[in-house]
Design a protein around this ligand. Structure first.
Ligand SMILES: [Zn+2]
Ligand SMILES: [Zn+2]
Length: 458
């Protein structure tokens, strides 16, 4: 059966909400940091990743410190807009800023900066006499302090050496050096909450400064299944932001005219992005290798794709990096016209920016044997399959016509085993018109949005 931890994760329930309780799985590969399982009968794979505590995203290509002595003559506007945005608000508290090697100029429309927000550990302090602290007493609870599972002979009780609470094996996978208690040699077992408190964290932030609009946006970079994703945490002007954030930011500072339309992810935008377990969900609903899709949680698209779209669609990434959005079930059931959203990246090798073309496309008919791709009118797999199916259909129709004319009968078309649901072609009638000719598909370009930054950092 599926691991309880996996079944409880939000990414899992979002994809398998309707069937989560009946899913069985078979292991594909189990290593220290990854549990890779195949979900039986669903063509989905799940990889559960333990957080990699040692890994932090690199700052490259942001190599030049952004300090007054080192900025170029044309970079003054960046300093001015940033200063205005920071005025009275700690939106970049303790973040040292870096920019790419190449100098920005007065002609640039935006500037892209990055830096780490460093959160220092809150370690217990040894007494003034340098003596070790007394470790906390171990509590003897019947259930795990975190997940509440009952302890038994097979499900053993462990203790966090920093707080003393009881945990099951799953809830205390982490070790940490605790010299303040006199444990000098081996790392000790600690709970997740203590691990977070005891260690230093570096959260990579990206800052985008728009020159004309005088807008600053702050993004956090977060690890998810050994890839990095970004999400918007703060903007000085909601008008220039594709995600709806709460109009609350720095706690008590008065709102200047500059900040009147600012918004953030509540008060949590300054919180470090701690390493945590993550799920990679992949599926291949076609029989072809390039039909593999990776689930992209909507929280990693907030700010890149308008919220109005994210509220109605669930996104999967194709092997060519483009995204396909499928209507969520509740909406799909209500709609007369079914659509998909296609997000194609137009990358520019010479800059950090990438633009995406987001288009909504109507569905075309169902292609027998590739139910999954019925929703993907322009997908290469779909087109390939469709060509095959149409070829086959033509061949069958021709054979049927030939046999009909040779035998002189009138019912042989029906007997030729044409795909079910296909209208029976009357003798002498032209072969069935492919759906394409019946209903021309028009794709409407909604927006050309994502201004800055790759959609997803690899
Ligand atoms: Zn537990
Ligand atoms: Zn603890």
């Amino acid at each position: 059966m599926l691991d309880r931890r996996v079944a409880a994760m939000s990414d899992f329930t979002e994809v398998f909400a309707h069937a989560a309780h009946q899913i069985q799985c078979a292991p594909v590969k189990i290593t220290t940091n990854r549990r890779w399982v195949r979900l039986v009968g669903t063509r989905h794979d799940i990889q559960y990743w333990h957080p990699d505590d040692a890994r932090i995203p690199r700052l490259f290509p942001f190599v030049r410190p952004f300090v007054p002595e080192k900025i170029g003559a044309g970079e003054r506007w960046i300093v001015d807009i940033l200063a205005q945005a920071q005025n009275g608000h700690n939106i970049l508290k303790g973040v040292e800023l870096f920019v790419p090697e190449k100098l920005y100029t007065d002609h640039d429309t935006y500037a892209h900066l990055a830096g780490y927000q460093i959160d220092r550990p809150q370690r217990p302090k040894p007494g003034a006499d340098g003596k070790f602290l007394t470790p906390p007493e171990w509590d003897q609870a019947p259930n795990c302090y975190k997940c509440n599972v009952a302890f038994s002979f097979t499900n053993r009780q462990h203790h966090c050496r920093n707080c003393g609470h009881s945990y099951c094996t799953n809830c205390t996978p982490r070790l940490c050096q605790l010299p303040e208690y006199g444990f000098h040699n081996d790392p000790q077992r600690v709970c997740d909450a203590c691990f977070v408190k005891l260690n230093e964290y570096k959260t990579l932030k990206e800052i985008i400064v728009y020159r004309k609009a005088k807008v600053v946006q702050v993004w956090n970079i977060e690890e998810h299944g050994r890839r990095y994703f970004r999400y918007c945490v703060f903007t000085t002007d909601t008008k220039w932001c594709l995600t709806d954030m709460k109009p609350t930011h720095a706690d008590t500072a008065t709102w200047t005219a500059f900040h009147r339309f600012s918004a953030s992810l509540g008060h949590s935008y300054l919180k470090p992005s701690y390493p945590h377990p993550s799920l990679t969900i992949t599926r291949n609903l076609s029989s072809l290798a390039d039909g593999l899709q990776v689930y992209v949680p909507n929280r990693f698209l907030r700010g890149l794709i308008p919220d109005a779209i994210l509220d109605e669609y669930v996104f999967w990434q194709e092997t060519d990096d483009s995204l396909t959005g499928y209507l969520i079930k509740e909406i799909r059931d209500k709609m007369h016209t079914q659509t998909v959203i296609r997000v194609e990246l137009l990358k520019d090798k010479n800059s950090l920016a990438a633009v995406a073309r987001i288009s909504r496309r109507p569905l075309r008919g169902v292609i027998p044997g590739v139910a999954a791709y019925e929703e993907l009118p322009q997908h290469p797999v779909f087109l390939k399959k469709q060509a095959e199916v149409e070829k086959e259909r033509e061949l069958k129709a021709r054979l049927a016509r030939e046999s009909a004319s040779s035998s002189g009968g009138s019912s042989s078309v029906d007997a030729s085993g044409d795909s079910k649901g296909e209208p029976v072609t009357p003798k002498g009638a032209p072969p069935p018109v492919p759906d394409k000719q019946k209903k021309p598909v028009r794709s409407s370009c909604l927006l050309s949005v994502v201004r800055v930054g790759d959609l997803i950092t690899k």
